[in-house]
Ligand binder design. Structure first.
Ligand SMILES: [Zn+2]
Length: 336
């Protein structure tokens, strides 16, 4: 009898491991960031976390690697989105049309709907940011780059909205951790028992992901401050005492706490650098950006301006800078 009981126990343990099993899939992207990682969770529902961009190469890689696990796209029951960026969710529309359930944070919705009015709102928001930051007008047309980027995904919608602390339907033991910063819609998936996190772009081993500017969700309210959100998300991740982190790009992280502390340090160092620029002169955010990213800013005005404004937001929150408006432009100075 005892032997039989033990067998049942072992079977339960195996089952637990099996239902928590995470199968990584890596697919190519046409973007500078390189390949993107998607994951299958073998839960009660066979769950795909992220899909890769909508390109023939990514689809082939997805199908082939599913086959390596003896799976097909038809076997997938549902898709969870870590965030709305096209390198992560390109096939969500296709999978939705195939009847798969789509789960994600409600803040994905405006990006999944891709309505012309939202795209215009985004462009108007970015243009007003650029104007206030003193960006040269020759760069204003870059606000439309987002449209080209969105061509790598489909219109879609979430069937289920996920929020902080929710247990993911079909994936017992997996919980939602909201991790905004890189994207407003960003969530990570925490397997509570094993302290494993599927982190999307919240945490990446080789690079620190950019905090990106996005328009507020309610028109006319204050814009989100993505670098401050990212710091908060880092702290939350540190407090979660993780042992293993699967990431959206590159290898998994075996020492997440160490990496997060390094991210904090690097960010604070860069913010200090920004502060040092402001010690002797009043500068616009664009002038800071040019000093912080000489050369790069011309090609990557969106990314470098988001990062620069992030550091200025941080310094402002630490009472280290003053800002004042002069003829539409915001001028920053070091606060002594
Ligand atoms: Zn991303």
């Amino acid at each position: 009898m005892k032997g039989k009981e033990r067998k049942v126990e072992v079977a339960d343990e195996l089952n637990l491991i099996k239902t928590n099993e995470v199968l990584p899939i890596t697919v190519p992207t046409p973007f500078a960031v390189g390949p993107v990682n998607c994951f299958v969770i073998r839960g009660e529902a066979l769950t795909l976390v992220d899909t890769g961009p909508r390109t023939p190469e990514a689809k082939e890689a997805l199908v082939t690697q599913l086959q390596n696990y003896n799976l097909t796209l038809e076997d997938i029951d549902q898709v969870v989105l870590t965030h709305h960026h096209p390198d992560h969710i390109g096939f969500v529309g296709m999978l939705m049309d195939q009847g798969k359930r789509v789960l994600g944070h409600w803040k994905n919705d405006r990006w999944l709907q891709m309505s012309d009015s939202f795209l215009k709102e985004h462009e108007t928001f970015m243009t007003s940011i650029y104007r206030e930051a003193g960006v040269s007008e020759q760069y204003y047309n870059h606000v439309q780059d987002t449209r080209g980027y969105l061509a790598f995904t489909d219109r879609a919608k979430c069937d289920v909205h996920l929020a902080e602390g929710d247990e993911i339907p079909g994936c017992p033991g997996w919980f939602v951790m909201e991790t905004p910063g890189h994207a407003q819609s960003h969530i990570s998936l925490l397997h509570e028992q094993s302290r494993t996190l599927i982190a999307g772009d919240h945490l990446i081993k080789k690079i620190s992901s950019n905090p990106l500017l996005e328009p507020p969700y309610i028109k006319g309210t204050e814009r989100p401050k993505p670098l401050l959100q990212q710091r908060h998300s880092y702290q939350k991740t540190l407090d979660a005492h993780l042992s293993y982190v699967y990431t959206g790009h590159g290898e998994p992280i075996l020492n997440p706490d160490e990496l997060i502390k390094e991210r904090f340090l690097k960010q604070e160092e860069r913010s200090d650098k920004v502060a040092s620029f402001l010690k002797n002169e009043q500068l616009t955010a664009f002038q800071v950006c040019q000093k912080l990213f000489p050369g790069i800013y011309k090609k990557q005005v969106g990314l470098t301006m988001s990062e620069t404004i992030g550091h200025l937001d941080y310094l402002e929150s630490e009472n280290m800078v003053n800002k004042m408006k002069s003829e539409e432009k915001m001028l920053y100075t070091y606060r002594t």
